[in-house]
Design a protein around this ligand. Structure first.
Ligand SMILES: C[S@@+](CC[C@H](N)C(=O)[O-])C[C@H]1O[C@@H](n2cnc3c(N)ncnc32)[C@H](O)[C@@H]1O
Length: 244
């Protein structure tokens, strides 16, 4: 649901790649398979989080649903949240095809999702957080922290940039993507840095801490891809959630 405050960021408006378009959704899984094994990745994340049957997991920016499906197969109660109806439809179709139940799909985003269901045990987001500009990332992290139970875990994987050698590392990453997936992935990576909102790791570190998270583990691949495993410890310093 969109916010009714005119100054709130409109997270339903595409930034960079338009994941609301059917043609993007149709090629998504095949193009990402050129540089990642999403199913294996999802299971590694679930192992890391130690997700058990009956636990509640929210996936923000769930895309074609790969993580949500793997989580639901383990018996988790999954909330798949995405601003793109086309992505949600694709994820639902995949769940139906594989006979997977236990996923609730929500047409909403980091700033607008209202969790219906008590506190979550874990929240995951992969390759989606960079769609928000930095101020709104801070607001989103505050909301995420408040949706989690005390001690709950937050896992984030995305383009997050280390400051030293940033431009060289970005150029190397674009070259690597081009080698893995030709023009499509090279242009995808170029557009990412040009048009979307990835930020420095030290900005994300501080935002996480101020939102009430302890960073239990942090990793960077090539100074460009960041992975964070966090635990909710305190209360968010961002007192306001974005309504509704
Ligand atoms: C690059 S895809 C990542 C999909 C999946 N998580 C993965 O790892 O493959 C980014 C997804 O985030 C969604 N998205 C963009 N802005 C969002 C927002 N503010 N809140 C939630 N999802 C958002 C897009 O619609 C898209 O499905």
């Amino acid at each position: 649901m969109k916010s009714d405050s005119l100054w709130h960021y409109d997270e339903f408006k595409p930034v960079g790649r338009d994941y609301g378009s059917q043609s993007e959704v149709d090629v998504y899984d095949a193009s990402h398979a050129d540089f990642r094994d999403i199913k294996a990745e999802s299971n590694k994340v679930l192992d890391t989080l130690g997700i058990k049957g009956g636990e509640t997991v929210i996936d923000f920016g769930s895309g074609t649903g790969s993580f949500a499906l793997e989580a639901a197969k383990r018996g988790a109660r999954v909330h798949a949240v995405d601003v793109s109806l086309a992505m949600l439809d694709q994820a639902k179709a995949k769940a139906d095809q594989e006979g997977v139940s236990g996923i609730e799909f929500h047409h909403a985003g980091f700033l607008t999702y209202q969790h219906p269901d008590g506190f979550a045990d874990a929240i995951v987001t992969t390759f989606a957080f960079h769609h928000l500009p930095d101020f709104w990332k801070g607001i989103a992290l505050g909301r995420i922290c408040r949706m989690l139970k005390h001690g709950g875990q937050f896992y984030m994987h995305d383009v997050v940039i280390e400051e030293s050698n940033a431009l060289e590392n970005i150029a190397l990453f674009i070259e690597k993507q081009g080698k893995a997936g030709g023009d499509f992935l090279r242009e995808d990576a170029e557009g990412h840095f040009r048009d979307e909102f990835s930020t420095y790791d030290w900005v994300i570190d501080e935002m996480l801490a101020r939102a009430g998270f302890h960073i239990a583990h942090k990793n960077s691949e090539g100074g460009v891809l960041g992975t964070y495993l966090c635990r909710k410890e305190g209360e968010s310093h961002n007192a306001d959630s974005v309504k509704p």
